[in-house]
Design a protein around this ligand. Sequence first.
Ligand code: AMP
Ligand code: ZN
Length: 504
Amino acid sequence: MDQELTIYNSLSRQKEIFEPLNEGVVGMYVCGPTVYSDVHLGNCRTFVSFDVIFRYLMHLGYKVRYVRNITDVGHLVGDADSGAEGKIEKAARLMKLEPMEVVQMYTNGFHEMMSIFNTKSPSIEPRATGHIIEQIEMVQAIIDNGFGYIKNGSVYFDTLKFNAANKNVYGKLSGRVVEELISESRDNLKNQDEKNHPSDFAIWIKADPSHLMRWNSPWSVGFPGWHLECSAMSTKYLGTTFDIHGGGTDLKFPHHENEIAQNHGACKCSPAKYWLHTNMLLMNGRKMSKSDGNTITPTQLFTGDSPHVSKGYSPMVVRFFMLQSHYRSTLDLTDEALKAAEGGYRRLMEANKILQGLSSSNTGTGGNLDQEINGLIDQMHLQMSDDFNTPKTLARMFELVTKVNGLKAGHLSIDEVQKSTLDRLKSTFQAFIFDILGLTNELSGANENGENLVDDLMAIILDLRKAARTNKDWGTSDKIRDSLKELAIQVKDDKDGTTTWTKN
Ligand code: AMP
Ligand code: ZN
């Protein structure tokens, strides 16, 4: 952990030096999906961003406990629908399934998609319905501390009373002023008139008898408010105060603002030290939205079965495309940008393959080129440590790709590069491409551990071809070349006697 890491903290609206509460360990909570429909690309962008953050923290040597929840109760249907129906419950009714069947189906789909994008599993993946007792206890603590009131079996958070006692904590994250706030909260819209003030929000909601998802509580048979689950589960698994809390910018208000209020209200302390927010995914310059057809599913993107793309793009090309923008910038998905990402991804993977095959016998001092390479490697670390700036890290990597290609082509001299520098470049590229950026090599089938079955098999095939050529067995050597061509694999014999291959 020699590298100083700075993180943009949404709460202070500035970059801060990252100092974990306990040396060497990091607690990170990220709001997970609401599992009432297929995971969409916007969600994937957010989870890929936090996957890179998780991976980089581990690369820096931290022991990370990464908690990402599954929202399976409490998240209510938005303003368009009247009443207080939950998203899961509505999907269950429409599909004639048990709510838990809906939850299981979309949780499975979510896990599959996370694995397709090569994201690492979180350390703990708690479900809201598995933590009803903890949520009831938190509501009770909020009431006991004087910040919750009961109306007709529902419990509301008293934002005015809370702010009077807590130096205007409520509104700090999202920049809202409580007194002016017309309630934007997505809670029990049917019962707005039960609130003392429009900015108050429900922490326990009394359920109609027709409601499928409801539990006994001291106040009514009902269900928890959506924001409560994250307060209860982050506290349970990371403690009352922990290091990082993340989610998309759309969650800043009301979700995260309410979470902070609940944690303060129950535990009398601020939950997370650093709040990180990922920006939204757009398509063709506009918000991705189902209602006006400006949307594409991950599967459609992979198969190319959509009017928005001219062809299919592989999951690693899409992941690479996501990494080309910073997590705090919006990301605009267009066919042209994906095509460019595909070219970039291939160039990076091919250069890494070439790099791993280079060797230098220079054990003396290096020249300018040596210094340039070391400088660019330092820059890669610095950029990643500057609020996880993946686009700038990739820009430095592509400067190094040009150097690698120059060394291979002979424009640059390998004799100018010390063996130790070349080794450093090799291991840094391996670590950044596979461990930190989380890419896999789709071009040659390498897995995350660097095991490369396709490369190994190709080496055997090319050896057989070489032996055939030495024995002037042109029939066999041509057959090998033609069969590989059918698989879109090009074999090239270089002047120095080496043979390389590429796949189109
Ligand atoms: P949800 O399933 O709607 O609760 O969202 C799960 C996560 O995806 C949250 O962290 C959201 O902020 C994030 N998210 C939702 N829509 C988008 C989007 N268009 N772009 C990026 N992240 C999003
Ligand atoms: Zn949450």
